[in-house]
Design a protein around this ligand. Structure first.
Ligand SMILES: Nc1ncnc2c1ncn2[C@@H]1O[C@H](COP(=O)(O)OP(=O)(O)OP(=O)(O)O)[C@@H](O)[C@H]1O
Ligand SMILES: [Mg+2]
Length: 464
């Protein structure tokens, strides 16, 4: 981060200083006290399980210069009324002081983190790049990421999330992007928005925030995203897989036995062959979006293609494919779940299980609102049509998946509801044979990643 004195921090945040005004914060700003480093600033927030204020002294002992807090703490501090607002003010001040940094924002219902991770690996070839770890995409993670930029930084690749109208506009005011990528408009959090049109309104706030000399990078295969072209002053650059009119696109997509896509990347500058290390065809639009962004920032085609082939999944539990020593393959996609990403994962499962049987352990999809039951049933029907050998719904909320599967009368697979992950493991125990593939997927709250880990433990779980 750019060095700031406590006096400056108090002034920027409108906070009350309790400590040495000349003390300088030059390390990271963090909200996790375990991540405090020397010279940093610890922002104390009250979470569901713990209150950061209780860790104020530990943070200073670990090297923090001061604590950003909403109530008095026994160590140097800046007292503010609202921590996210204070972080936003600091981030805005810091990034305004770094005009050489090109800011890119990525939003969409599914694939933000994947696209951000791939894009960062491309953009890093151009110069020092800051991108968040994991899904640091909200009113906390976003300013904390922006604050990591310093005088050496040239690019910021940010993930922007919305759970309601105005959220993305707010993040864009904190760090105004010149480049904006919109991936798709899907059902993630659609219940909170009130429908897909509302999701589109909110995601489009990103392109509304772009300046005329910026670029809006839009998915030509998603009509709700393409329609955002009318909402931006920026130049529009389209990407896609199916749409032949897209400026940057993938053609001839095919998958290897572990579901890794190969395709030809077509650009106005020429074409290049790409093979991704990511699993599942749904990563292709994400990769092409990342390519389109890197191209806007000035990366040449050869570097883009090379970078796409080299890019790895930096964030955990998204389509992690491991083959056990006994020949059973486990797909850990337990990071989150919404109808689009479950369909994508089931398609990948079907592909991987071509020579064996496919099993899916599915938890419920959260925050879908009134379409929740119907969405779960549709997923069940989709899974049955994918001819899975077994479908295990974890928890009562996921039970409608089975009702949907039973709509497919020709389906002969086994279906059951179990109360928790342990019971799902018990149900599969002694059933699996070489060549079988097991997908584990659910919303974050279900914490099914442990089930995937358990499936690998004692079986080697070698990566291929
Ligand atoms: N283009 C896509 N279409 C459908 N599913 C996708 C797509 N890209 C990624 N996914 C799947 O969506 C899930 C989440 O991926 P990722 O973490 O990249 O998305 P995200 O938008 O960052 O999610 P979050 O809103 O939780 O931050 C994973 O299961 C991933 O495999
Ligand atoms: Mg994410």
């Amino acid at each position: 981060m750019i060095p700031l004195t406590l006096a400056q921090i108090a002034e920027i945040t409108g906070g009350q200083l309790r400590g040495d005004p000349a003390a300088v914060v030059s390390g990271e700003v963090v909200i996790d006290s375990r991540r405090v480093g020397p010279g940093g600033l610890f922002a104390a927030v009250a979470g569901e399980r713990a209150d950061g204020h209780d860790f104020a002294s530990a943070a200073v002992a670990a090297g923090a210069v001061a604590v950003l807090a909403t109530r008095p703490v026994p160590v140097p501090s800046v007292l503010v009324g609202d921590v996210p607002a204070a972080l936003a003010a600091l981030a805005k001040f810091a990034i305004d002081a770094l005009p050489a940094v090109a800011i890119a924002g990525i939003t969409g219902s599914s694939g933000k983190t994947t696209t951000k991770d791939v894009a960062a690996q491309l953009v890093e070839r151009l110069g020092p790049t800051i991108a968040p770890a994991g899904s640091f995409n909200n009113e906390f993670g976003h300013p904390l990421t922006v604050l990591r930029a310093d005088a050496a930084t040239r690019y910021l690749v940010l993930e922007l999330s919305a759970r309601g109208p105005g959220h993305i506009a707010y993040l864009c005011r904190v760090a105004p992007p010149r480049y904006g990528v919109v991936l798709n408009v899907g059902h993630a959090h659609a219940g909170e928005f009130g429908g897909l049109d509302q999701v589109a309104r909110a995601k489009g706030e990103l392109v509304e925030a772009l300046p005329a000399d910026g670029a809006a990078i839009l998915n030509a295969d998603d009509p709700r995203v393409l329609a955002m072209a009318a909402r931006t002053a920026a130049r529009v650059v389209t990407f896609g897989v199916d749409d032949r009119n897209a400026v940057i696109r993938a053609a001839g997509v095919r998958l290897d036995d572990l579901g890794r896509p190969s395709f030809t990347l077509l650009t106005p500058e020429g074409q290049a062959g790409v093979t991704l290390r990511l699993h599942g065809a749904h990563n292709v639009p994400d990769a092409v979006a990342a390519a389109a962004l890197a191209r806007e920032l000035g990366l040449g085609l050869a570097d883009i293609a090379d970078g796409l082939c080299a890019a790895v999944a930096r964030s955990r539990w998204r389509m992690e494919v491991r083959r056990r020593e006994d020949g059973v393959t486990v797909i850990n996609d337990a990071y989150n779940a919404n109808p689009e990403s479950v369909r994508a994962a089931l398609q990948a499962l079907r592909h991987l299980a071509q020579d064996g049987r496919g099993f899916a352990i599915l938890g419920h999809m959260a925050e879908l609102g009134e379409v929740s039951r119907a969405s779960h049933e549709d997923i069940g029907e989709f899974a049955a049509r994918a001819e899975l050998a077994g479908l295990i719904a974890v928890g009562e909320e996921a039970a409608p998946i089975l009702a949907g599967a039973r709509r497919v009368r020709s389906w002969t697979g086994e279906a059951l509801v179990v109360p928790d992950g342990t019971a799902a493991l018990d149900a599969l125990a002694n059933q699996l044979k070489p060549g079988d593939v097991v997908l584990v997927k659910a919303s974050r709250a279900a914490h099914l990643e442990g089930v995937a880990a358990e499936l690998l433990i004692s079986h080697g779980g070698a990566t291929r």
